[in-house]
Design a protein around this ligand. Sequence first.
Ligand SMILES: [Fe+2]
Ligand SMILES: [Fe+2]
Length: 287
Amino acid sequence: MSTREKVADCIRSMDSAMRSLPVDISRIVLMARSHDTNADELARFLSGHRSLSARVLKIAKSPCYGRSGDIDSMSSAIIHIGFHEVVAIALGSGIFAMLASAGKGSDVEQDRIWIHAIGVSLAMNLAAKYARAPVDGFSMLTGLLHDIGKLVFHICLPREYQEVLQFHQADTMSLHSVERDLLGIDHGESAYQLLTRWNFPDSVCIPVRYHHDLIQCPFEYLHQTMILHLADYLALRAGIGYSGNINPEISTEVMTAMGLSQTQVDELTEQVKTMRAQADDFLGALS
Ligand SMILES: [Fe+2]
Ligand SMILES: [Fe+2]
C-alpha cells in the first residue's frame, strides 16, 4: 500500500471517531454551510450540548474577545462575537477533542500545533486588512484548521512523519516540499482529503489545500489563500506555537499582490506577537 493510500485509509477510519463524539460535527458543518440557518437555530443546537456550549462560552468570554460582561448565553455569544466565529469555535473544539483522542499515546505535542493554528486564526483579520479584499466568513475556521494535515500525518504515519521532520530540520528544504518528496503528499492535501470528506465548504478546503502552493490555487479562492499564507507566516515569525516548520517563508508573489514591504511585514509580526496571551487563553478553554 502506498503512503497516499495509507493516509486515505486512515482518514476514512476517523469517521468512527467522529461519530463517537457527543456532538454531531457534521450537523454543525451543514448548519454553517446553509444560508437558511439563523442564529436562533445555531444557538438552540449548541445549547443542547452542555460541555461543547460551556467551552464555546468560555472562549467567547475570554480576553480574546474582551466582551465577558455581555455574554451569558449562546445567543448573546453569537450576537457579540459573530455567527461564523461561534461556528469556528464549536467545530475547532469538537475536532480538537476528536484528534486528541485519535492521537492518544503518540509522541506528538498536539497543543503546540493547536497554539500555532489559533495564532493563525487570530492573525487572519489583521492579514486580511492588507489583502484589499473582504474577509470570508470562514476565515477564522480556515486559520484554525489550516495545518490539520500535519496532525493527520502524526496520527496516520507516526514513524514516517518523524523522518520527514528530521529531514526538514537537517536541510534547507521547506517542510511541505519534504512531505511531498518523502510521502508523496503534503499536509495541505491530506487536510483537504479530511475536510472534503467531512463536507466542509470549498472556501475552507481550498485555501487550506493551497496555503503553501499558491500557484496551483484556483483564482476564485486566491485572495483567501493569500490571507491564510500571510497569517501563517506572521504567526510562525511571531513564535506563536510550533508547526514543525523551522524555515517559515513568505511568498514574494503574496507580498507583491498585497503591496507589502518588509518593514510592514516586520510591523505586522510585532502586532501578532501581542496575540500570544490570547492564543494561550483560547487553547486553555478549548482543551
Ligand atoms: Fe502549513
Ligand atoms: Fe501553519
